[in-house]
Design a protein around this ligand. Structure first.
Ligand SMILES: O=C(O)CCC(=O)C(=O)O
Length: 205
């Protein structure tokens, strides 16, 4: 897949303030203000109107509501499938997410929208190996991304604050060796997750 240099980012892609906290784990990169404050409510409304449905896992219904575009992974049937195309309203966000991740925009083949109502979270997991890089964008209330890696003695643990309108990238060690989760939230949060395919992606689903 085509890589794009981040050495001289297009300043029109990131017109907002930029803070880069130190990484909690190698491969985790965060940046503030991928989304402008005046964009946030419209994005939340667009996510709410995107046909969200409860996350399904082997017959079990989760509290978080999701919609996938481009590709989706059906956890009920264990199948990776083509989904509706990524909608036009997400394109400007995909452009910024791709620049942040050092990828060409069309490398981000999947967009996953999630709404976490109070009481919803996401359990410990590693994203499916069919995917490579993961860019997450947070809207609404802040949350903590919990990270853990199994060791002989138990777990190494780390955490990253997910502030609204900011983005995080998972690649390398944090993507390969660590699991992540978000504890059930007291206030609503929305996220947009873009993913690229692993090199073996479509061959080994
Ligand atoms: O909402 C988020 O930022 C996390 C989403 C996530 O971990 C996932 O969909 O695998």
């Amino acid at each position: 897949m085509a890589a794009m240099s981040l050495a001289s980012p297009d300043p029109t892609l990131f017109p907002f303030d930029f803070l880069a906290p130190p990484p909690a784990v190698p491969g985790l990169v965060q940046r503030d203000a991928l989304i402008a404050p005046e964009e946030e409510n419209a994005l939340i409304a667009a996510i709410d109107a995107a046909g969200l449905a409860p996350f399904r896992f082997q017959g079990w219904l989760g509290k978080r509501l999701t919609a996938s575009f481009g590709w989706s992974y059906d956890f009920d049937r264990g199948r990776f499938e083509a989904a509706e195309p990524i909608p036009d309203w997400l394109e400007p966000i995909r452009l910024r997410a791709a620049a942040f991740a050092g990828l060409a925009p069309d490398a981000l083949v999947q967009a996953l929208l999630i709404r976490y109502d109070p009481g919803a979270g996401i359990g410990w997991h590693r994203d499916r190996p069919v995917f490579d890089r993961v860019v997450g964008i947070s809207l609404g209330h802040p949350a903590t991304l919990r990270l853990r890696r199994r060791t002989a003695a138990g777990f190494d643990r780390a955490a990253a604050l997910l502030v609204p309108r900011a983005a995080y990238l998972l690649s390398g060690e944090v993507r390969r060796d660590w699991e992540h989760s978000i504890a059930p939230l007291a206030e609503p949060r929305w996220s947009i997750t873009f993913r690229s395919l692993a090199d073996h992606g479509l061959a080994r689903r």
